[in-house]
Design a protein. Structure first.
Length: 308
């Protein structure tokens, strides 16, 4: 489909394999008509008003993606895809011989630069964010504009207790907000889990209580297209700083935002939501996700078959 307007775009990061999950969870069926979590994301984005979806995928799934996934959406919303490949590097850099993993979420965003020219949201393919998240992102992005060299960004902020797995620990970016609801910083906690009614994170071999209503980032962001210059600049800085240790290091999206905040060059409005987040961190999570989506279909929040 040809682009007919400059409504916000949704960029879907779908290039990574799920190491803890044990498979390619981006294309695991969870809906009553074999829909994936990504199907619900596209459906919710189109319903909220987004004009285009750009998928960031790996070369390994390109053929299956084109044959079995992309065609589902083409009559509903404009679509495109880009490949996140290891060799998409600035001039003067090369892929380390033993590098296997993608360069990270920051690099994924940078890879979609060629296909995105309007304000855009970025999400993970395997996370269910809920209808309200896309409405909030759309409303912010339709009015977004950078001023005075400061980037106008946003992030959906979830309540921590609405994002946990029953089957093990999770990593979450715990957010601090200012009184106006803008992001001050994010602290990555790599092991958070339930202990009865308590929620704790592991810090240097000590379990520390954390408030259940803490606001966390689930990698649902909104940006203006000018931000690509910053991703490019910071990715090159990342490569230079880690030139002797590039076998496994990753360039993360939140680190770009953190640096811009530290430089007073971005404002990030936190769009707080009471939506429950659903994902498949562990293989055992799949049945829970299936049951929750089934309940939403029974309530009439989604049709039995998303694409008819």
């Amino acid at each position: 489909m040809a682009s007919v307007d400059a409504r916000p775009t949704l960029a879907v990061m779908a290039a990574g394999m799920g190491s803890r999950y044990g498979g390619l969870k981006q294309i695991e069926p969870v809906g009553p008509s074999n829909e994936t979590i990504m199907d619900y994301s596209v459906y919710d984005a189109a319903r909220a008003g987004f004009g285009k979806v750009v998928f960031i995928i790996s070369k390994a799934i390109e053929d299956e993606f084109k044959a079995n996934i992309l065609k589902r959406y083409e009559k509903r919303i404009e679509t495109a895809y880009v490949i996140q490949s290891l060799d998409k590097l600035p001039e003067g850099f090369s892929v380390p011989p033993d590098r296997k993993k993608p360069w990270g979420t920051g690099h994924a965003v940078l890879c979609c630069r060629e296909a995105v020219h309007e304000p855009f949201a970025v999400i993970n393919a395997d996370d269910f964010y809920g209808q309200a998240s896309y409405k909030a992102l759309y409303e912010h992005l339709t009015n977004a504009g950078d001023t005075g060299g400061v980037y106008d960004c946003c992030m959906v902020g979830f309540v921590l207790e609405n994002t946990l797995s029953e089957h093990g620990s999770v990593a979450r970016g715990v957010c601090t907000l200012d009184p106006e609801g803008y992001l001050r910083n994010i602290v990555e906690r790599t092991k958070i889990q339930k202990f009865g009614k308590a929620i704790r994170y592991l810090d240097n071999d000590t379990w520390v209580d954390i408030a259940p209503d803490s606001i966390v980032s689930m990698n649902a962001w909104g940006f203006t297209p000018g931000i690509f210059d910053e991703f490019e600049r910071q990715f090159e800085d990342f490569l230079k700083a880690n030139r002797d240790d590039l076998q496994t290091r990753e360039f993360y999206l939140p680190s770009v935002v953190d640096r811009l905040l530290a430089e007073n060059r971005a404002r990030v409005k936190v769009l707080e939501t009471k939506e429950r987040w659903y994902g498949m961190t562990y293989h055992e999570d799949r049945e829970m996700v299936r049951q929750q989506i089934k309940a939403m279909v029974e309530k009439g929040l989604y049709p039995e078959n998303l694409w008819g």
